[in-house]
Design a protein around this ligand. Structure first.
Ligand code: URA
Length: 431
């Protein structure tokens, strides 16, 4: 391991066998954290070339179980987002593309810190299960075209160890390390084609279009070398997506969107990502044709019916969900504008943190969450407000969290006198 650290420190290229030996040795415990930490830092300074990134992805992918979806007929298309605030797109995209006949067998994670996780959102629905026994996951996809399960702990164990180590050694933000971490999990989950939503902006991992493009091209390269197709769509994350942040609040907004009553930005991002999924899944010849098909299943109710079938197949009860969250949380507090003007920013990071303080997110892996808590944004970027107008509503059952959350959410809003220019939502598609 010392030789491999020195080799990378000098900027030399590592072979497939050498990268395999690092990953297998680290996963088994034979190589200690401190040596891998030194190697990761050398990678951050010297970089990995395309081949090395592919070898790393491959080694991580095969560090545990690999899911075989071949029993499900058709082209299986997965979607992944690099993470954001208010990002409930999986809840909408799954039913939307499944309604057109694309089988979706999705593994999702829980939220940590200021970003939410699809599993937490789903589990706000009473009765809903995300753990499947035996063949039941594949059987559900075969039967209704859609299933979402918890990330299997045997899947890509190397990434779990490596990600935790990167987190505490300042080595998260290397593009090859991010690409191999995401791609190893996606490839191990068995899909034939993948749409990656690369979030760009203040609340996201990628802060510049240049970095987002580099990440996309590394991921496309890696996927293609491993026989899978991948399209990356760079979307804006300067402000939260949609108006709802918090688990049950986001499920409600996803249900509205599936019934054609969702916020414009959220609907647009979902239609864009879904249209690429239809093209990759060979259900449409172009994204324009895909859009027409998607609009049809939104308008005729098929997309929402697919959502209902999916929730019920996983044991969820939407009547109980409606009853449970119909009554407001113990405290609903407005955030009021202290000045008039146009809103030029609604920083996603601060909104996510405020929502976490209200009980909607976990500060540590062990924290429990309150599914009802969260924030509804009443005003977003470009809106004009008068002093005294309500900017957002905070929902919580913990009285003691209100002041801290209000203080954080106040920091999210920035005002200016002129109307800000529109910031594009879909920045680039990279094929
Ligand atoms: N998401 C991941 O899964 N891994 C990273 O390294 C960054 C974002």
């Amino acid at each position: 391991m010392i030789d491999l650290i020195l080799k990378k420190k000098k900027g030399e290229t590592l072979s497939r066998e050498e990268i395999n030996s690092i990953i297998s040795g680290y996963t088994s415990g034979a190589i200690p954290d401190y040596q891998v930490a030194a190697w990761l830092m050398a990678v951050c300074f010297r970089g990995l070339n395309d081949d090395e990134t592919t070898y790393l992805t491959e080694a991580m992918m095969y560090s545990g179980e690999v899911i075989d979806l071949s029993a499900i007929p058709g082209i299986k298309v997965d979607k992944h987002s690099t993470g954001g605030v208010g990002d409930k797109t999986t809840l909408i995209l799954g039913p939307l593309v499944a309604a057109i006949g694309i089988p979706v067998a999705k593994m999702s994670g829980r939220g940590l810190g200021h970003t939410g996780g699809t599993l937490d959102k789903l589990e706000s629905i009473p009765g809903l299960q995300v753990v499947f026994e035996g063949h039941s996951f594949i059987d559900q996809v075969k039967k209704i075209g859609l299933a979402v399960c918890a990330q299997n702990e045997h899947l890509v164990p190397a990434d779990k160890k490596l990600y935790a180590l990167r987190d505490v050694t300042g080595t998260v933000d290397n593009i090859s390390l991010i690409a191999s971490s995401i791609m190893s999990k996606k490839l191990a989950s068995g899909a034939d084609a993948i749409v990656i939503d690369i979030k760009l902006g203040e609340g996201a991992f990628m802060k510049t279009l240049d970095d987002a493009e580099k990440l996309a091209s590394i991921m496309i390269n890696t996927a293609n070398k491993m026989g899978r197709k991948l399209i990356a769509v760079v979307t804006g994350m300067d402000q939260p997506l949609g108006n709802a942040v918090g688990n049950a609040l986001e499920v409600k907004e996803a249900m509205d969107t599936l019934q054609g009553k969702g916020p414009k930005d959220l609907t647009e991002v979902c239609l864009e990502l879904a249209s690429h999924m239809l093209v990759l899944g060979q259900k449409a010849a172009s994204t324009a044709e895909a859009r027409t098909m998607l609009q049809e299943v939104l308008d005729n109710g098929l997309a929402y019916q697919k959502f209902e079938k999916f929730i019920s197949a996983q044991g969820g009860n939407l009547d109980e969900f409606a009853n449970k969250y119909d009554k407001p949380t113990a405290f609903t507090v407005p955030l009021v504008a202290t000045q008039s003007g146009f809103i030029s920013e609604v920083f996603a990071l601060e909104v996510g943190r405020a929502s976490m303080f209200l009980g909607a997110g976990r500060e540590t892996k062990e924290s429990s969450i309150d599914y009802a808590a969260g924030i509804i944004l009443a005003k977003k970027r470009g809106d004009y407000v008068l002093k005294g107008d309500t900017l957002a509503y905070l929902h919580t059952n913990q009285k003691e969290s209100i002041n801290k959350a209000l203080e954080e959410l106040t920091k999210a809003y920035v005002f200016q006198e002129e109307k800000p220019e529109d910031s594009p939502l879909i920045l680039k598609t990279i094929v």
